[in-house]
Write a protein that binds this ligand. Structure first.
Ligand code: FE2
Length: 373
């Protein structure tokens, strides 16, 4: 018979939480971390590096974020996971070698600050720092919390060499250049995504398509990864503008490749408190499930935010549960404080809002994207 006390003591704790906490590494909670390049890390003997976990509200139980640092000229031990992993480079320059299976030679590629790459599940990879004068920091993202709830055996999911995926050969081209794929179902606002395992510099990536309907004249790139279930997208919008508030499912980690601004996060309700997440390059924040969030560019250049995730069952959640009028707040319907704060913040930096007056009157207002849109 199961002891009642055992069941109770487990409470709401997840297998992932037990695993994460057993490492003894720092865990960052709350809503945001302003600069992952300087956040304090602890030593992780097993992985041979300094590291910390992100367990921000909105990730809890869904996605893993961990920051790892590779010492100058350092090389980390090989790692193999039964689930796919996305890696975004916060700073530094290095190499990644991937063994898709045991029968063929590995692939090696070079990464730099703001690169994004995908490690296919059941492949072994090894990271090294190409520079001798500076550490490199990377943000790793995956769905380990969900995987560990389904199979609460870390040794099954991590460094398990007994299973070899049968379709590894189909990934032979996975690390060649990303290709554009037209797919009307990919995202109704864009209709195109980029398929590849390596995106060299998201601070400079210019293959963008208009992202109509979310405001600020924004553009975006949607990314998919060969043989993987995860997705990612990056939105880009100009200085002096801000996007419309919207909400959706959990687990998406947003990291900033470029720009200066802030995002508001709030839960709908009578006592809603709007949480301000200030951001610049290498900031991170996570909109909790069903919370509204809204992005503001108060800098002097375009701003870029990269959303890591999410699995299909979470990506569409808001879209299927709510009417558009509930999942997104049009400018004319927003709290006047939102506009006032933005105008103040831009003015503090010597700029001014470039939001058209018409946007605050006409809920159907759309930016002009020019001839190529
Ligand atoms: Fe969002």
């Amino acid at each position: 018979m199961v002891q009642q006390s055992e069941t109770k003591s487990r409470g709401r704790k997840l297998p992932y939480d037990d695993w994460m906490e057993a490492t003894g590494l720092p865990v960052y909670r709350g809503h945001f971390v302003e600069d992952l390049r300087v956040v304090e890390l602890g030593w992780w003997e097993e992985r041979g590096c300094k590291a910390a976990f992100l367990n921000l509200k909105g990730m809890e139980g869904v996605s893993e974020g961990r920051v790892q640092e590779i010492a100058p000229s350092g090389e980390l031990p090989k790692l193999r996971m039964a689930i796919g992993e996305l890696i975004y480079v916060l700073s530094g320059q290095g190499l990644c070698t991937v063994w898709l299976d045991d029968d063929r030679p590995p692939r090696t590629f070079e990464w730099n600050a703001r690169s994004l790459f995908h490690i296919p599940r059941h492949s072994t990879y090894q990271l090294s720092n190409a520079r001798g004068d500076a550490p490199a920091r990377l943000l790793h993202y995956n769905y380990l919390p969900i995987a560990l709830s389904a199979i609460p055996d870390p040794e099954f999911l991590i460094n398990n060499h007994t299973y070899h995926r049968g379709d590894a050969q189909s990934l032979d081209e996975a690390f060649s250049k990303a290709v554009e794929v037209s797919d009307a179902t990919a995202n109704v606002r864009i209709g195109v995504y980029w398929l590849g395992n390596f995106f060299p510099d998201l601070g400079a990536w210019d293959k963008l398509a208009p992202y109509r309907g979310r405001g600020a004249g924004g553009s975006a790139v949607y990314m998919r990864f060969p043989g993987g279930e995860m997705g990612a997208h990056m939105s880009v919008f100009d200085a002096g503008l801000y996007k419309k508030a919207h909400r959706h499912g959990p687990g998406r980690v947003i990291v900033i490749p470029k720009g200066e601004g802030y995002s508001l996060l709030w839960r709908q309700g009578p006592d809603e408190e709007k949480i301000v997440c200030p951001w610049h390059e290498a900031s991170v924040f996570v909109p909790p499930e069903d919370w509204y969030h809204q992005h503001f560019n108060v800098g002097t250049t375009d701003a870029r935010y990269l959303a890591l995730g999410s699995l299909t069952q979470f990506a569409q959640k808001g879209e299927t549960v709510y009417e558009k009028s509930i999942r997104q707040i049009e400018y004319p319907n927003e709290d006047s404080w939102v506009r006032e704060r933005f105008e103040e913040e831009v003015a503090k930096r010597g700029g001014r809002s470039l939001m058209p007056d018409e946007a605050y009157v006409d809920p159907e207002f759309e930016w002009n994207y020019g001839d190529d849109a």
